[in-house]
Each structure stands twice: as C-alpha cells, then as structure tokens.
Design a binder for this molecule. Structure first.
Ligand code: ATP
Ligand code: MG
Length: 573
C-alpha cells in the first residue's frame, strides 16, 4: 500500500455528527422498525454543482451505511424556473457520482395530497386566505426586533376561507391577488412562524402538471410534507434552513403525519469558486462561459468534461464530513484528491505543448526505432507501449535555454540530458529566425545510451519528454486556470459585481501541440498524464479533423505542500 492509499483510508473514517445522530436514532428505534430513509431534493432549475456533490454523498452515503434507501426528489414547486433539461442532467450527474436512487419522486406528484392537507388545515382553523398584497404582507410581518401585526383577513370564517381557496384553485383570481397562509403567531420571535404563506396564485405552466394548477405550494409547505409522504427519517439540508425547522415541524404536527425530521449541516464553499445555481446561470446566460458544462464551471458536468473523477469528489466529501458551522474549503484540497486519483489511473503519454524542433545530427537520416515506455509507473499491470523515435524531434520550448540561468539543468548549449526512454543527447548549436528566436537546436546523441541508460555511469541531471516530429499528431490543447481571481468571488466593492472577479486568463488555447501518435486513439472519458506536464482528457469538441484536449490539472500538487508544512510531513505523493 502506498502512502497515498493509507491516507485516503484514514480520511474515510472521519466522523460526522449526522452519522452519529442516525446511529443514535437507529439504536433508540426513534422511527420504530422503519429503515433509514433519506432523499436528495434538488430543484430542477439548473445543473448540479460541487456543493450538491456533498449533499448527495451525505444523503446517499449515510443511507447506504445504515442499510437504508434514498429517493431522488425533484423539488419542483416553482414552475417558471424549472425545465426537463435540468431534470435529465441531474439524474445523469447523480449516477456519474456513483449513486443509485430507490425512487424518483417529484414534489408535484404530491400536489393533490398537499391541497387536501391545506383544506384540512383550513377546516381546523389553522389556515386562512389573505388578500393583502405581497408588499403589505412584508410590512405586516414586522422585524427581528418588532412583532408583526395580524392581517385584517386573519379571522375569516372557515366557510369563507374554503370558498376563497377553492376559487383560487379554480383560477378565478389573478396572480398575486391572494395567498393561503398558516395561522400561527404574528409575534413569534422566528419570522418564519409569522403566518407563513402556504400557497400563491401563479398562472404558469408546470413542466409536469401542465396547466392543471394555478396555485403552487411554497417550499416550506411542500418540503416537509413530501418528506413525510416518503417516510423520510432523516431530511438533511444545509444550515440556512435551520430557521425553517420550527415550521417544518409545525405542519407535520398539525397534520399528524409521519414525523420526518430535518437536520442541518454546513454548506460546502470552495475558494475561488461560486456554488450558487443563480450565479452559475448568469455566467451561462451572459456567455462568460461556453455553457453549463464549460470545463471551468464548478458544475458536475463541467468538471466531468474537464476530466475530474467521481472518486476524487467522493474522497473530498468524505474527508470534510459534516459540521454545524459554515466554513470554506481550499480548492487545492479537491485538486489534491484529484491528482491522487488520476496518478493511479492515468495512462502516461508524451506530448509537447509548445514545440521546439531538435535535430540529432549524428542520427541516421530516415531511421526510425521504437522505444518501450511504461504506460503507468504506478501500475505495472498497465504495461508498456512503443513510441517512435527519429532524427527530428519536438521538445518543450521551456526545456531549452541557449544561456542557462543558475540551477537550470535541462538542455542548453554543450549540456547533456536524457530523452525519456531513448538516448542521451547534447546540444551543439542553434538556428535562429530573423528576430533572434531559437527555432531549431542541433544535437548529437550517444548511441550507447539506448533506452536512456547511462553507458558508463555518466550522470545527467535532467530527463525530458519528446515527440518524433514526423510521427507527431497535432492537437488543440485547452489550458484552464481558476475562473475567478479572488479566493472569495463574492468579495467586491460596493457598486461592483462578482463578475468583476472573473479571471481574464482562465482559458488559454494552444492551437498546435504535438502529441505522440498513440494519442490519436485517445478515448473520451479516459484520463491521460502528459509526462511532466499534467493530466489531460479528450474533449467532446474533437472531430475527425481535429483532436482537442483539456488540461484537467497541472502536475504540481500545492495542496500536498501545504499539508506537509502544516503537519510536518506525511503528505501524499
Ligand atoms: P443553490 O443555492 O446553488 O441554488 P440550492 O440549495 O438552491 O442551491 P437545491 O437544488 O435546492 O439547490 O439543493 C438540493 C440540495 O443540495 C439541498 O438539500 C441543498 O441544501 C444542497 N446543497 C446545495 N448547495 C450546497 C452546498 N454548497 N453544500 C452542500 N449542500 C448543498
Ligand atoms: Mg434551492
């Protein structure tokens, strides 16, 4: 077992209070013999992002641990913002992360039941139709320091409420003219308990129920009851819903239905990243990115296209666990888990992003030989491949300096280096263009160093990757950097916007990189490590004429360094 594996195993055992609470509820049979039932409840109004991955890992992962079940429930109570496209992408993303739901449910499946329960609450004198406008309702609600005022419509009779609510449903009234409210307490210290709205009038077509309804339940009225209908035992959600817990319980208590319980945990925030569907939608609509799956986006579809893997996301989520305090996680931590995962799986290849031609003057013209290169030094079972070597090669521009700076051990005039798995070569002379740029380096090689082995114990300080010029395949390579240039993209001066924090250099397109020929057969979805450069994957923009690769990550593992400094050693890799 490598260090990296040991570390991942330790991380998996990180405890979290949600697991502890579920274990306790199972032990005390809080829900009798009911199995642990959870749900993941996205609103289908956008694509899932890395924050949702945390919720998914908790909802599905913890249910799994306790032999329970998880429903995928679409919280589709806002007809104007919801679309089938989002429903489809959410299912694809949950499966990609490696989870399978028990049932697919929709809050809209419960519209009839929710309506009946509303009638029940009206009959019990617990709900009333209010004619105040939205603005008036806000004014009457009071503030954190001042109690609210009762609406003049609060004491309508049950009969009048039933009549008005039925007519609301039948479409007699225009949008916004009336609402149904729960009758609780306008002086409650919790604003959510000050007669919350249960239903509003909205003459809008719904992606599933069409034009059947023109009243729609509010989140607070729909969510807990949907949980209850599905016998959800542990309804996990993020901390901003903590203030809603009393109203969640109030409806369930009044209706006397299955006592689902809500538990709140901390939201995942990542540095240099925005995890908010609303903001991500804005980036897409205003074309700051190419779409929801732009490889710079923190959406699951974006990072998947970028080459991130479910394993890395799950490792991140396992390592951060769940707490009761919102914080911020370094993006480097995700990148660390990603490199760890890719290092084990990625097939190695040689690719030169910014080519400089070298000519080996004493290598026979027209000769080609094939050198054997390991596919993955971390995994001998991955085997080897044959890479063609010839007289003219490409190396990285960065790997040659006519006049080497101090501690520069790569190729420079008169210096000898190893070409990976091939030969030792020494730079002899350069050819320059009219502007004085080096365009070609002439070298000699030592035939006795075949395989890259020292013939006489002679040492070289550098091993470099290369690609045979006549065999190289060309590719467009897209190199990504952070989408935002500030650790907190929401940190902008007054009058500004998070858009001011967009990194203008988040995408660099290299038009003509040179790759070893085997990469012409690269498969979508397969990870590659371009040796000494980084992790890459084929992009779906690839055509028969043009290969396109995305850089998933550079090789440098800043997180391991940070961790090493922090813990005094023991970092992975
Ligand atoms: P956004 O703010 O991005 O629109 P949301 O909370 O409105 O997110 P939903 O579709 O309602 O998105 O979320 C589904 C589930 O995912 C909810 O239980 C929510 O609490 C959880 N979730 C959303 N964002 C995060 C996050 N950053 N970290 C952890 N869980 C999250
Ligand atoms: Mg939401």
């Amino acid at each position: 077992m490598t260090d990296a594996n040991t570390e991942t195993t330790e991380i998996r055992t990180v405890s979290n209070f949600l697991r502890d609470q579920i274990a306790e509820d199972v032990r005390t049979k809080k829900f009798g013999d009911a199995v642990v039932q959870t749900r993941f409840p996205p609103e289908p109004n956008g694509y899932l992002h890395i924050g949702h991955a945390k919720a998914i890992c908790l909802d599905f992962g913890l249910a799994d641990e306790f032999g329970g079940k998880t429903n995928l429930r679409f919280d589709d109570t806002n007809p104007e913002k919801e679309e089938q496209e989002y429903v489809d992408s959410i299912q694809e993303d949950v499966r990609w992360l490696g989870f399978e739901w028990d049932k697919v449910c929709y809050a809209s499946d419960y519209f009839d039941q929710l309506y009946e329960w509303a009638i029940q609450l009206i009959k019990a004198g617990k709900a009333y139709v209010d004619d105040l406008s939205a603005d008036e309702i806000r004014q009457y609600r009071g503030t954190l320091t001042e109690p609210g005022k009762n609406s003049p419509y609060r004491d309508r009779t049950v009969e009048e409420n039933l009549d008005l609510f039925t007519r609301m449903k039948d479409g007699e009234f225009p949008d916004g003219s009336r609402v149904l409210r729960a009758k609780i307490d306008m002086a409650s210290p919790n604003l959510n308990m000050r007669d919350p709205v249960m239903y509003r009038i909205l003459h809008a077509s719904h992606h599933r129920t069409g034009d059947k309804w023109c009243i729609y339940p509010m989140y607070d009225y729909a969510h807990g009851q949907s949980d209850s209908i599905e016998h959800v035992t542990h309804s996990m959600c993020t901390l901003e819903f903590a203030d809603h817990q009393p109203i969640y319980r109030w409806y369930i208590d009044q209706l006397g239905i299955f006592p689902s319980q809500q538990i709140e945990f901390d939201r995942l925030n990542l540095t240099y990243t925005l995890l908010s569907k609303r903001r991500l939608l804005q980036l897409v609509q205003e074309k700051h990115v190419s779409g929801w799956d732009d490889p710079r986006m923190p959406t699951l579809s974006g990072i998947r296209r970028r080459g991130f893997t479910p394993g890395a996301l799950r490792a991140l989520c396992a390592s951060i666990g769940a707490t009761r305090t919102n914080g911020s996680t370094d993006i480097e931590m995700l990148e660390h888990f990603q490199r760890d995962d890719l290092n084990k799986k990625a097939r190695r290849a040689m690719a030169v992003l910014r080519p400089l031609k070298i000519v080996i003057d004493n290598y026979p013209e027209g000769q080609v030989e094939f050198v054997d290169v390991q596919n993955n030094p971390e995994d001998p079972a991955a085997g080897t491949r044959q890479v063609p070597f010839s007289r003219e090669l490409y190396i990285e521009q960065d790997d040659f300096r006519e006049v080497p700076p101090p501690k520069y051990y790569r190729l420079s005039a008169g210096k000898e280096v190893r070409l990976r798995a091939a030969y030792f070569v020494t730079a002899q002379s350069v050819v320059k263009d009219a502007d004085g740029n080096v365009v070609e380096v002439h070298c000699t090689y030592d035939p006795a160093s075949r395989g890259g082995n020292s013939p006489d114990g002679r040492k070289v300080k550098s091993t470099m990757h290369w690609v045979s010029a006549q065999h190289a395949v060309s590719a467009e390579v897209r190199v990504y950097d952070k989408l935002f240039s500030k650790p907190n993209p929401n940190d902008f001066p007054e009058g500004g916007s998070f858009l001011d924090n967009l990194n203008p250099n988040s995408l660099e397109v290299i038009a003509d990189a040179k790759l070893e020929p085997s990469l012409a057969e690269a498969k979508l979805g397969a990870p590659y490590q371009f040796e000494r450069v980084g992790y890459f994957c084929l992009d779906r923009d690839t055509t028969a004429e043009k290969l396109v690769f995305n850089r998933t990550l550079a090789l440098k593992d800043t997180w391991a360094k940070i961790e090493k400094t922090a813990s005094g050693g023991g970092a992975a890799r």
